[in-house]
Design a protein around this ligand. Sequence first.
Ligand SMILES: C[S@@+](CC[C@H](N)C(=O)[O-])C[C@H]1O[C@@H](n2cnc3c(N)ncnc32)[C@H](O)[C@@H]1O
Length: 219
Amino acid sequence: MPQRRPSSARWLQEHRDDPYVAAAKREGYRSRAAFKLLELQTFPKEHPSPGRPGNLLIQPGMTVVDLGAAPGGWTQVTVKLVGPRGRVVAADILPFAAIAGAEIIVGDFLDEAILDQITATLGTPGLAHVILSDMAPNMSGIPCVDQARGELLAESAFQFAEQRLHPGGSLVLKVFQGTSFHDIVSHARQLFERVKLIKPRASRDRSSEQYLLGLGFHR
Ligand SMILES: C[S@@+](CC[C@H](N)C(=O)[O-])C[C@H]1O[C@@H](n2cnc3c(N)ncnc32)[C@H](O)[C@@H]1O
């Protein structure tokens, strides 16, 4: 019988003991990642800028693009938050089951044709109030390759946000440590009124995962 590698045994144990996995199951979310977005959703309200009221990130009636959406936890959360007057365009390289209220696009975000499809789905003027990117590469196990792929996804999502956000819009971007990290953060500081780097509580302790939250987009 093949021996289970220690890393996969550890993952299974963590998965069994994980309160967010249990909560996702209980609340009908497809992934524990849903709780990361729920935490990011309240961050601007709980941490308002001095002298400025803080609003929730995603509000009823908004148009939201969700990049790297499969299996769909963030999409499920977003559909509920925007309500029947809002729109959610969710894209992933992997196919995933339909979610009522979301328009799903399957394809590689690095492919120009998929970018065009997302933009066309937004309709005129092709802008979103919030752009979310939880994209992460499928791990090859070679650290420098995985890091470079993650950085490329984050850079591409950032460029997309620069072109497709409404004035005043918001960005949530999974970022990766590497050569482009500081460039993305400093560029974000020029384009958003407020920029925060956040590691949600639902993000696993041993993961270096963090999200850039940009609020108040301007050109
Ligand atoms: C951490 S998962 C997203 C989890 C999701 N936010 C949820 O709540 O269920 C990262 C996703 O990024 C996707 N991804 C990776 N490379 C991609 C690419 N080039 N284009 C689109 N999606 C990509 C993966 O297929 C994977 O589903």
